[in-house]
Design a protein around this ligand. Structure first.
Ligand code: ADP
Length: 490
């Protein structure tokens, strides 16, 4: 017998108690972290662009200072420092592009933190050097350190911003006290000679230092608090957008499923109409023959026509009954009457009944049941239906001289039913379709086996309602094996 293909396996359509994709998204803690990292990477590039503006501004300030205010500027050091900033910003620009190229790599995020720290550090050193060469305490642009504190608060975590503020404080004090103690040369601007006299005055330098340093720490404190709030709002917005996107995706999917179901329902109704119309027309024409008096003189013929009409009507009634049964099974609002019963006892009774039919048809039949009772909580009639259908089919589609083997076992929490026969078999292309309503394999029709094509659809629906599976393995002309798994406890 051939291995069964995966598409011939019928899986349960719904798994209760599972987390929906939406809840998984809400539960995902890494989302906020990912978002922060992404934001950091984008703003890192913005920082590099901003530095080009600072370079132009510094050069402009140098020209204005030199030619408008006639300041005593050390051209060599100032131009050298500006070139130094241009050089490292060019390197940063290319390194940033390199990081963007391999953005998805996990180590890149760590590199980005280091990268931003390095940028701010070099800026602080350059600014301190620039101020030292342009008058030190005489230069009011000392307050430009505040800009870096704000940038650090935007780009880095609060603790990192305070680290950068401390680096700035150390550099500022190195310049101020270095010049005050004579460790560093003072380079006067020549514009404010009175202030220049104060650069060695420790009280003045200390007050100046306290004013600048407290401003820096206070700026970091304010900027990080505001940034934290803004970042939280941004994260909330981001997660809402993500959830909305997910919900939209789910709605589109649900809509697609609904459209598919709608099309399936229409196909099903057309099929029902066709299946009901054929026997009804046959019965109607048989009755018409009798009513129009064509067989008036032949009572035997009348009897035969009435018997045939009754047979078709009974088949019709069975079909209508099966259809109603199927629609009740598909309707989730219909409550299931569950009781606890011994499934082995139930199946043994059904088997004994079918054994007689098999023997009459000269088919060998054998069965194996568990020695002990197996209790299940389910609708007894529904499990009766499942077992009856598959055993009945095995006998029906097996010709004289063939054999049928029934095996009922338990495997963990599963009740396993195997029904194997040496009957007509099912072609591979039909194996997936026999669980659809009204589908009958051509070999079954050709060989004249009666049936409606509804039995296995009912079986499949019942098995799925209990969270179980049904599979078929079959080879044309050799036989079939149906395997059903139903959980004993749900
Ligand atoms: P029915 O037997 O009334 O036609 P079912 O839904 O029970 O309807 O089965 C659908 C089709 O599956 C059958 O018409 C037949 O072609 C095929 N089939 C089911 N069981 C067997 C079997 N044991 N051996 C061969 N074919 C089978």
């Amino acid at each position: 017998m051939k291995e069964n293909q995966p598409e011939h396996s019928v899986q349960p359509t719904q798994q209760r108690g599972k987390l929906s994709p939406l809840s998984k998204l809400v539960e995902r803690p890494s989302l906020i972290f990912d978002f922060f990292e992404e934001e950091l990477e984008q703003r890192g590039s913005w920082f590099i662009r901003l530095r080009w503006l600072a370079v132009i501004g510094s050069f402009g300030a140098y020209l204005i200072g030199k030619f408008v205010f006639n300041l005593l500027l050390l051209d060599f050091y100032i131009i050298g420092l500006i070139i130094f900033i241009v050089a490292y910003n060019t390197l940063f620009y290319f390194y940033d592009r390199h990081l963007w190229a391999k953005k998805k790599d996990i180590t890149v995020t760590r590199s980005y933190h280091f990268f931003v720290h390095l940028q701010i550090f070099l800026d602080l050193v350059s600014l301190a050097a620039l101020l030292h060469f342009t008058g030190g305490i005489e230069n009011p642009f000392f307050f430009y350190f505040v800009f870096h504190m704000i940038i650090a608060s935007i780009l880095l975590r609060p603790v990192d911003s305070f680290i950068q503020a401390t680096i700035a404080v150390v550099l500022i004090n190195c310049v101020l006290f270095g010049e005050a103690t004579g460790t560093l040369n003072h380079h006067p601007l020549g514009l404010f000679p009175q202030i220049g006299e104060y650069f060695t005055n420790f009280s003045f330098v200390t007050i100046y230092s306290i004013a600048i340093c407290s401003t820096l720490y206070f700026a970091v404190f304010m900027a990080t608090s505001i940034t934290r709030q803004l970042r939280q709002k941004e994260r909330d917005l981001h997660s809402i957008t993500e959830r909305l996107r997910e919900q939209t995706r789910q709605l589109i999917e649900a809509n697609r499923v609904l459209q598919e179901l709608d099309a399936r329902k229409s196909r099903f109704l057309r099929r029902v109409e066709h299946e009901l119309r054929a026997p009804l027309s046959a019965v109607q024409s048989m009755l018409k023959i009798i009513c129009d008096g064509y067989v008036e003189s032949n009572p035997e013929k009348i009897k035969d026509l009435i018997a045939r009409a009754e047979k078709r009507t009974l088949a019709l009634l069975k079909m209508v009954g099966d259809l109603l049964h199927l629609s009740r099974l598909q309707d989730v609002s219909v409550p299931i009457k569950e009781t606890r019963f011994d499934v082995v006892e139930l199946f043994k009774g059904i088997y004994e009944y079918h054994k007689q039919i098999a023997l009459e048809k000269e088919i060998q039949i054998e069965a194996h049941f568990p020695d002990k009772p197996v209790y299940i909580e389910a609708d007894e009639r529904q499990l009766d239906n499942v077992f009856t259908n598959v055993v009945n089919n095995a006998i029906k589609y097996t010709e004289k001289g063939g054999s049928v083997f029934v095996d009922v076992t338990t495997e963990g929490n599963n009740l396993k039913i195997k029904v194997k026969d040496t009957g007509i078999g099912i072609a591979e292309e039909d194996q997936g379709k026999i669980f659809e309503e009204f589908h009958r394999a051509p070999n079954a029709i050709e060989k004249g086996f009666a049936g409606s094509g509804l039995g296995l659809s009912i079986v499949k629906q019942i098995v799925e309602n209990y969270g179980g599976t049904i599979n078929v393995e079959s080879e044309l002309g050799k036989g079939s094996e149906f395997t059903i798994n139903i959980p004993l406890k749900r």
